[in-house]
Design a protein around this ligand. Sequence first.
Ligand SMILES: [Zn+2]
Length: 131
Amino acid sequence: MKSKSTCPKCGSARIIQQVHVMDRSDSGTGSLSLRRGTRALGGWLKLPRSFPVDAWTCGACGYTELYVREPAQLLAADEEGIRSPAATAGAIGQPGPQAGDQARTSIVIALAAAMVLALGLLALVAMFLTR
Ligand SMILES: [Zn+2]
C-alpha cells in the first residue's frame, strides 16, 4: 500500500499514510518495532537494535498494513547477523534467545556476584569486630 494510492481490499484512494503505531513494554510505551541484530553499548553490553514500523490505513474500510521505516538499515542488520550469527537473535523465521535477555542476564549475574562479595566482606568485618 505504501507505493500505491489505493486500498488493495476495497479500492478506495483515501489512504492515511505513516500512522504511528504504539507499543507497550515493561519500560513504558514507544513505537511498535522490529528487532534484528545488536548494537554495542560500552565494551561488553550489547542491546538489541530496533526498527520502528508505521501503518498505512485505508480511510474507507480500515484495512491496515505495516511498513518498517528504515528497511535498508534492517536489511543491513540482518546481513550483518548472517556474517556473524552469534551477534543476532537467530536467523529469519527461527526464534532464538533475545539479545536483551542476554544483556539482562549478564547484569543480574554481575549484581549477584557483587552482592555475594559485599556479604563476604561484611562477614569478615563482623568476625573481626566481635573478637
Ligand atoms: Zn479499503
